[in-house]
Design a protein around this ligand. Structure first.
Ligand SMILES: Nc1nc2c(ncn2[C@@H]2O[C@H](COP(=O)(O)OP(=O)(O)OP(=O)(O)O)[C@@H](O)[C@H]2O)c(=O)[nH]1
Ligand SMILES: [Mg+2]
Length: 217
């Protein structure tokens, strides 16, 4: 039997799951939205960020992880989250909601400004332990996603692929997307070798992702 590269992350055992649950049982709060590196909060705790195309479900995932509806604004209007938004999770963690990329109607100067800020953030944030790159489980890795992964390869941080909206795909479609995603990830040295399948709507994969975050050091 051959082992597939980039397997789906397994469900954590009870102990690991409990650690994740505990971390996210604490309060979460919006800290600030940032448009320039100078505005970043003091890097005094561990940090993880969520990147992905507009509408992929970044804000919804943060809401699901924290169990706080409406903490990160989720909407039907792509491109709504324009700033780097910082949230605390308990006293020791920042969750960072990055602006969505690949928004077709964004003016060129806006895109350039955003890319510059993202680059600076990803390469210059010492406390950033992992970047989660969200990919729509219906669509797989698009060229804009591959661009971001390339950028992550050159920054110091490991990225992990999270498939979103699992509730919207049938099993056979899911396998196809997984295959495509694995092929795309295998081109990126900074990719963490496990994929997390999630549904913010149904809660699939949320305890797993909580546990992954709780075990980062
Ligand atoms: N069915 C389903 N819908 C979801 C899921 N996650 C997000 N959505 C929907 O997808 C849309 C976009 O979600 P957001 O969380 O706002 O996406 P985003 O990535 O933060 O978007 P931007 O901030 O514009 O970059 C919303 O209508 C959500 O309700 C999911 O797991 N399942
Ligand atoms: Mg958002």
């Amino acid at each position: 039997m051959t082992t597939l590269p980039f397997p789906l992350a397994e469900e954590p055992d009870d102990f690991a799951k409990e650690r994740g649950r505990k971390l996210f049982a604490g309060p979460s709060e919006f800290v600030k939205g940032v448009v320039a590196m100078t505005g970043l909060p003091t890097p005094d705790r561990l940090e993880v960020c969520f990147a992905g195309r507009s509408n992929v479900g970044k804000s919804s995932l943060i809401n699901a992880l924290t169990g706080t509806k409406g903490l990160a604004r989720a909407s039907n209007t792509p491109g709504r989250t324009q700033e780097i938004n910082f949230f605390t999770q308990g006293p020791d963690l920042y969750l960072v909601d990055l602006p969505g990329y690949g928004y077709a109607n964004a003016p060129v100067n806006v895109v350039e400004k955003w890319q510059k800020l993202l680059k600076q953030y990803l390469s210059g944030r010492q406390t950033l332990r992992r970047a989660f790159v969200l990919i729509d489980a219906r669509h797989g890795v698009k060229p804009v996603d591959a661009e971001i992964m390339k950028l992550l390869d050159t920054s110091a941080v490991t990225f992990q692929c999270v498939l979103t909206k699992a509730d919207k795909v049938k099993a056979n479609e899911r396998e196809k997307v997984l295959e495509q995603t694995r092929a795309a990830l295998s081109k990126h040295p900074a990719a963490f070798p496990e994929i997390v399948l999630t549904s913010s709507e149904k809660g699939d994969g949320i305890p797993t992702l909580r546990s992954i975050i709780a075990h980062l050091e």
